[in-house]
Design a protein. Sequence first.
Length: 170
Amino acid sequence: MSDIQWQFFPKSKIIPNHLKDVVEVFENNSNKISSDLFTYSSNEVLEKVALSLEKINYKVEKSKKSNDKIKVPVLFGPNGRLEKYFDADGYNEKSKTVIEVEAGRGVTNYQFLKDLFQACMMYEVDFLVIAVRRTYLKNQDFKTVITFFDTLYASGRLRLPLEGILIIGY
């Protein structure tokens, strides 16, 4: 049985099928990545789900080397040259979805907020997936992130340029 938890935002919309496929990748690999069992870094978690993500047409970061990173455009300069980009852990161009996998600093250093900001700036990105540990040093990271997004959407004070955000707790 999988111990993966997830929440799609906004809560007024049903999760799209292409994001259900991402949830399934994490569910199928939960015995390898569960934060109840392992203290893997985000790169180690990404490595364990990479092949499954590639099978559903995601480009996945292979290493921290420049040519192995997934560069998602943000700004274009003279003659249409790429001027600014942000790196993503995973990207599906067809579904316009970016995936970020976080571990210890996902909540502690508010990395999930940086992920949100960067996804909002990326060209042709409509969906963001943030995978965070369910627990980290006895903190409920998944619940913390969910509470943040609940507040963001409930207040209605900030409009996001994204169609949806999926939070996965592993």
